[in-house]
Design a protein around this ligand. Structure first.
Ligand code: ADP
Length: 499
């Protein structure tokens, strides 16, 4: 079968098939947007055991593609689905991907994560070769897919298939690097010369993400502010030095929001849909949220604060937990959805037990609840210590739930802070619990002024972070690598000549 693509995305998650966070949301919409604009794009991703496949039923496309890692004869099967016309290829190797979780259990990371994702990268490359003509751009994401850049970089020298392929690597979160023992480097298939400070070596460990940074032709991250921040010691996670060496090839492209999924006007999970022209549904959603979380009905007349995210210090969940007694004193409701750090989960459940009339916590991962909180809460909390882009604040703006966030990364780039005639939310410097509380007090004062609050909500609901704008910027980035789209609908012969 010859199915060639100009742009191949390689990523470990894609909504709606798999998701642990924002990466999945981006892969669920950016390639589809490019596809809809007429680009020849595909996505390559693992076939996890928890794959949500029912609607898009993948079928076997290639059987037994030789991957050659971690032993010579090992192979992968590849399934293919059409996601609204966008081809999605799933790498299937049961012992690597058919697991309850993607990367870790509560006890820690899977011991063979390095092997799993080297296998994934090599399988993705074997698949690209199998599909026919070489892709013009391979666009990979985060540490799981980073080694694709390293392999292509070195393979170009002896394999003419890759000679004209350019690579782009997008960092969604620099803190997750995929660092492993040097032992795992030796049989990865990378040449010995990759083991340098300018390759994949990082203080004697094998750093997969670093390979993406050093070997991709272009490196992007998910907001302009984060692109600047990661060049500093404070946000660089130890990689600021190597990032500086690539600073001329590093840009920040702000993520967008998928308004076909995150829009209160047609959100399938909501008790009642609503929009700027028809806002009453938000009250119904608040009532519904209070009911399903068994909070007291009198909270209908009080502000409800919502938090959705990984329960990790990155997201500032500890700052929120610290001020919960003060929030209870203020008689506001707090609704938290998240999972992650066991100690934060325990603290959250403890707060729920102490203050059942004000606090509700859902520990776990549920897409439906995330939508219900966006719609039913009055104020959205995002006190992150760092935030590469952040998507939930963009969603909350669209849901008329103004965010309170720290002045970092994409939060700075997407929220216009109060007070300002264009303000859409609240921003505070320095992530401390007292700064969060002070900012919340400002928000609660404004919340009482129904007219002003409505204006704030309206500006947020009108803010437009649709993907077309971001996709245009990605197209420009591909073009900077020499990529030109060819319209093969007019004369297929010319295209095959060029390829
Ligand atoms: P990150 O990528 O750092 O996790 P983002 O704000 O970019 O943060 O994206 C988070 C995405 O994951 C959003 O779609 C959010 O709704 C979703 N999400 C996070 N935690 C949960 C959870 N516990 N249950 C359901 N969805 C969640």
């Amino acid at each position: 079968m010859n199915s060639s693509y100009d742009i191949c995305f390689v990523a470990s998650e894609m909504y709606p098939f798999s998701k642990t966070g924002g990466l999945a949301d981006v892969i669920g919409i950016l390639p589809l947007t490019l596809h809809n604009l007429g680009y020849k794009v595909c996505v390559i991703t693992p076939l996890y055991g928890r794959l949500a496949t029912s609607e898009f039923s993948p079928h076997l496309a290639y059987e037994d593609i030789n991957v050659g890692y971690p032993w010579p004869e090992i192979s992968a099967d590849v399934y293919r689905a059409s996601y609204y016309g966008l081809p999605v290829y799933f790498i299937d190797r049961g012992e690597y991907f058919d697991r309850r979780y993607y990367y870790n259990t509560h006890k820690g990371d899977y011991f063979d994560n390095c092997e799993r994702f080297i296998f994934f990268c090599r399988a993705a490359m074997a698949l690209m070769k199998k599909m026919g003509s070489p892709p013009k751009i391979v666009h990979s994401h985060d540490w799981h897919a980073a080694l694709v850049n390293s392999f292509i970089h070195y393979n170009k020298r002896h394999d003419s298939f890759w000679a004209d392929t350019s690579t782009m690597f997008t960092i969604h979160n620099l803190a997750f690097q995929g660092r492993f023992s040097v032992r795992l480097f030796w049989d990865s298939g990378l040449p010995y010369e990759a083991w340098t400070m300018n390759g994949v070596e990082y203080y004697d460990s094998f750093n997969l993400l670093k390979g993406g940074i050093t070997h991709a032709d272009l490196v992007t991250t998910v907001s302009p502010s984060y692109a600047r921040e990661i060049l500093t010691t404070e946000f660089g996670c130890g990689l600021e030095g190597i990032l500086k060496t690539r600073s001329t090839d590093l840009t920040g492209i702000l993520n967008g929001a998928d308004y076909s999924v995150w829009n209160p006007a047609n959100d399938k999970y909501l008790e009642e849909n609503y929009s700027l022209d028809n806002p009453q549904g938000k009250i119904v959603c608040k009532k519904n949220l209070i009911e399903i979380l068994r909070l007291p009905p009198r909270l209908m007349d009080r502000p409800i604060l919502g938090f959705i995210g990984r329960l990790r210090s990155q997201k500032g969940i500890d700052l929120l937990l610290e001020i919960i007694p003060d929030l209870v004193d203020k008689d506001v409701g707090v609704v938290v959805l998240g999972e992650g750090g066991a100690e934060y989960e325990a603290q959250l459940l403890n707060m729920v037990e102490l203050y059942p009339h004000h606090i509700s916590g859902v520990v776990g991962y549920t897409e439906e609840m995330a939508h219900k909180i966006q719609a039913g809460a009055d104020i959205f909390l995002m006190p992150s210590r760092y935030e590469p882009c952040g998507l939930t604040q963009m969603y909350s703006l669209r849901y008329g739930t103004p965010p309170i966030a720290t002045a970092v990364g994409g939060l700075k780039d997407t929220i216009v802070p109060f007070p300002d005639e264009k303000s859409t939310g609240f921003i505070f410097e320095n992530p401390t619990s007292s700064n969060l509380f002070r900012t919340l007090e400002d928000a609660l004062v404004l919340f009482k002024d129904k007219e002003e609050w409505k204006k704030l909500q309206t500006r947020g609901m009108k803010a437009d972070f649709s993907w077309n704008r971001s996709a245009e910027m990605y197209i420009k980035a591909y073009q900077s690598l020499g990529y030109q789209q060819i319209d093969d609908t007019k004369d297929p012969k010319i295209v095959s000549d060029v390829i």
